[in-house]
Write a protein that binds this ligand. Structure first.
Ligand SMILES: [Zn+2]
Ligand SMILES: [Zn+2]
Length: 346
């Protein structure tokens, strides 16, 4: 029987149900797993997503023809049944489960297994064919506990304060920033300051009932403000921008899975790297693939050089790469060269 989901030049396509998933060129009907810019594009006909995902997509794409499913709700499209399940990646993020007769396919979108107070935890969905992301598919990626990384942010802020400096943390404005603010809730004194590009996303999460540390916009503060000891969140694109000059004396840190490699921190002229990622690390990828029960795995974005041989030789699975156009919202360095250490594969 033909594959239930195939790669086309517009996105992943299910002919039996006549819909796309995370299409990157205009199509009449697409599921959207979450709001990051490599998965959610303007110009589609119907957008199928989760209820919380719709609020995010409205923020990112404006008014569109949104069609909403609750997690676990089953809807028939042509000859298949489709349901959405939590991916644990960002608020409203979903895996897409597609069932035809006795065959089940699952597309994870981006996912993680670490606890995250801002979204529903990843749900294991059993399937025959598992399409998963491979953003951090090297054994060198093993995430520390997020609470410990947030403790490091707080300790660093104290050091900055003692030196009369501001502590500027760069974090992606959908998901990462809100997760950090949620982890800081009750642990940080006073308000966390935000770059203007963070404002709307934080608002969307607050309206969805996510508890986060209280925040203020830098733009709302008087020019005479002393930023010494203040914790400030900004998108990575703000690094080296004129916007940072007002802080006069400051240190910079980035919250990203890429910070696991010291070289990445040095190359980007950062004083600190905080290893906080919304993707699965190597261990979580392998565990999740095992948990799915799938005999066949198709890996999307990321580097699959280590993953595919491992799945074939160690787990005895059929594994292939799907060349999608999904990128990495975490602002990846050009290539994780120093991550390639086949000898480190357990
Ligand atoms: Zn994503
Ligand atoms: Zn992605």
């Amino acid at each position: 029987m033909a594959d239930l989901i195939v790669l086309t030049d517009r996105g992943l396509y299910c002919e039996a149900g006549d819909f796309f998933i995370d299409a990157w060129r205009p199509v009449h009907r697409t599921f959207v797993t979450h709001g990051h810019s490599d998965h959610a594009h303007a110009g589609m006909g119907e957008y199928w997503c989760t209820r919380a995902g719709e609020d995010i997509l409205r923020w990112r794409l404006g008014a569109q023809d949104f069609r909403v499913l609750d997690y676990g709700e089953v809807r028939r499209f042509g000859g298949v049944k489709v349901s959405l399940h939590p991916a644990g990646h960002v608020l409203g993020s979903a895996q897409v489960r597609v069932e035809r007769d006795d065959e089940v396919w699952v597309f994870t979108g981006d996912f993680k297994r670490q606890p995250d107070p801002t979204c529903a935890p990843f749900e294991v969905v059993r399937c025959d064919v598992f399409i998963c992301e491979a953003t951090f598919a090297f054994p060198v990626y093993a995430w520390p506990d997020t609470r410990d990384e947030v403790t490091r942010i707080l300790q660093w802020r104290e050091q900055c304060e003692a030196q009369g400096k501001a502590a500027l943390v760069y974090a992606y404005s959908l998901g990462k920033a809100q997760r950090i603010l949620a982890e800081l809730n009750g642990r940080v004194n006073g308000t966390v300051l935000l770059h203007g590009a963070m404002a709307r996303g934080v608002e969307v999460y607050r309206s969805a009932g996510i508890d986060m540390a209280s925040t203020e916009l830098v733009a709302d503060l008087p020019a005479s403000t002393d930023y010494a000891g203040r914790l400030i969140l900004a998108p990575p694109s703000a690094q080296n921008s004129a916007w940072t000059r007002r802080f006069r004396s400051f240190e910079q840190g980035l919250a990203s899975g890429w910070m696991q490699l010291r070289g990445n921190r040095r190359r980007r002229n950062l004083q600190r790297g905080f290893v906080i990622s919304d993707h699965a690390d190597w261990g979580a990828l392998i565990t999740t693939i095992r948990d799915s029960g799938a005999r066949r795995v198709l890996a999307t974005h990321g580097n699959t050089d280590a993953l595919i041989p491992y799945l074939e030789s160690e787990l005895g699975l059929v594994a292939e790469r799907l060349r999608t156009e999904y990128g990495d919202e975490e602002d990846a360095p050009d290539a994780p060269e120093d991550a390639r250490d086949p000898g480190a594969i357990p």
